[in-house]
Design a protein around this ligand. Structure first.
Ligand code: SAH
Length: 476
């Protein structure tokens, strides 16, 4: 096969990055080739042009949809194809859920070697309403070739900014914030010439706009990430506060009566002067009101600062944690170890049904937040330990262990430690089914077997999947 050749293919599956997967017979006799095609849905019959060729696979550009898939829908967002955020918005939500369920099923059976896995899996927990579900947004800011302000999202796999008027998965107050801050940014860019950050030169002040909304409290945080210590002058700061307050008022006036009223509780800045892909720097401060907002998951209250990790989909987080609680089968007598505990969300959620919960987390700031969160909820049967989960000193024997690692999964040293702790049950919360499956296979050799699996969709229209697995020590 060669670049620029044209083929017709049927899209049979979706890759981890959301690209359609099909096959074609190489015209030049190299046999069957796998091809990845962006913006296609399972069931599409398409004409493609090859843009990159490897030995056994290729990447194709969609030229024409000859017969559309039955699962194809018109994306709610007109920028869906170019924006890196929603890779599957052109597929019906039901089909997205089926894809996610199958992804977990295939990983657990192929990589994890779990037999009859489908019998252990509950039906996937999809969202009631897969729009406007995100409580956190991070908008990069830049200038286009004509010098106009752009705020929005990075295009898939690049750092060019897709300018955005409205985001279908964000809380709708964001549309007003983006609109009013675009004006503020434009005015001060005109005045100073260096107000907007340029990634290539590492010059200019404003880099990102971060927002968070407490979905039960209505409290709003806006955090401006700046390449410097402060704004040009007080007028600039005052106009920022006015622009955000105006956005809140406009939103509240436009919303349905039953929707939550939003109030600005925290306007912060974060200083990031490094030439880096990381959004946040280490230091910051408060411009107006508080340095944090509050929100609830179930009846547990959390204070959230700009740097804290907090799940982005509150409604589905509740579903996920309820599953973790159910799979832990607590009766108030158990000692629980919550590894990778972040700001203590799962630890505090489980505490009311446990004798004692130990939370272990590597980031000191998160541990400080976790301790504050325990205090504001009057929960005193938790203890947080700062350090690597794989190195932690086990103070008290565990009845139950919960792990919620980052995408790379658990360190094998930690899995050995868990095995030596000899808990009755292990609850594994995972954001990557491939590493989950790898760890499940490792744990089977230690006598832990999968009892139940549930997949909870936290990120509608993206390819990400969240899974909870109950493992019991039955094999030894
Ligand atoms: N359970 C929390 C956080 C999960 S995210 C929640 O649901 O909100 C995973 C967490 O693991 C992050 O907070 C990250 O800082 C932490 N982490 C990463 N590597 C770690 C390690 N080796 N030991 C302990 N914690 C780690």
């Amino acid at each position: 096969m060669n670049k620029n050749e044209i083929y017709e293919v049927l899209i049979e599956d979706i890759s981890n990055d959301g690209e359609g997967i099909g096959h074609f017979e190489d015209k030049n006799g190299s046999g069957k080739i796998v091809v990845f095609v962006k913006d296609t849905a399972v069931g599409d019959y398409v004409k493609i042009k090859l843009i990159k060729c490897k030995k056994k696979y290729a990447f194709g550009k969609l030229i024409e949809i000859i017969t559309p898939s039955l699962y194809r829908v018109a994306p709610v967002c007109e920028k869906a194809a170019s924006c890196g955020g929603c890779a599957m918005m052109h597929m019906s939500y039901e089909k997205q859920l089926e894809y996610k369920f199958n992804k977990v099923k295939n990983c657990l059976s192929r990589i994890g070697g779990v037999k009859d896995v489908e019998k252990l899996m509950e039906p996937i927990y999809g969202m009631k309403e897969p729009y406007h579900y995100r409580n956190k947004m991070q908008f990069p800011v830049g200038l286009d070739k004509e010098g106009n302000v752009t705020i929005g999202f990075y295009a898939g796999r690049t750092h060019s900014i897709i300018d955005l008027k409205s985001c279908a998965i964000a809380h709708p107050v964001n549309d007003f914030i983006v609109k009013n801050l675009r004006q503020w940014l434009g005015k001060w860019q005109e005045k100073t010439g260096t107000f907007i950050y340029n990634e290539t030169t590492n010059k200019g002040l404003v880099r990102h706009i971060l927002t968070r909304v407490g979905f039960t409290t209505g409290e709003l945080m806006v955090c401006i990430v700046i390449n410097g210590k402060k704004y040009p002058d007080e007028a600039c700061e005052k106009e920022l506060i006015e622009a955000v307050e105006k956005s809140v008022n406009e939103y509240n006036n436009s919303k349905n009566k039953a929707d939550l009223t939003i109030s600005l509780e925290s306007l912060c800045y974060n200083i990031n002067t490094e030439n880096t892909n990381k959004i946040l720097g280490k230091k910051g401060g408060v411009t107006y009101k508080n340095g944090f907002i509050s929100d609830y998951i179930g009846d547990v209250k959390f204070n959230i600062s700009p740097m804290s990790f907090y799940q982005v989909n509150p409604a589905q987080t509740k579903v996920l944690y309820d599953k973790a609680l159910e799979y832990a089968e607590l009766s108030k007598d158990e000692v629980v170890w919550d590894m990778y505990c972040g700001i203590g969300t799962i630890s505090l959620f489980l505490a009311k049904n446990a004798k004692k919960v130990y939370g272990v987390e590597i980031v000191p700031q998160a541990i400080e937040d976790a301790e504050v969160n325990a205090k504001i909820n009057n929960i005193d049967n938790v203890e947080f330990i700062c350090g690597k989960a794989e190195d932690v000193k086990i103070k008290e024997a565990a009845d139950i262990v919960v792990v919620d690692p980052p995408r790379k999964g658990c360190d094998s040293a930690l899995l050995d430690t868990i095995s030596n702790m000899n808990p009755k049950r292990l609850v594994y919360v995972s954001c990557d089914p491939a590493t989950l499956a790898r760890d499940v296979a490792y744990l089977r050799d230690k006598g832990f077997n999968v009892q139940k699996v549930s997949v909870v969709d936290q990120f509608g229209h993206s390819t990400h999947v969240e899974t909870v697995v109950a493992l019991h020590r039955t094999g030894m």
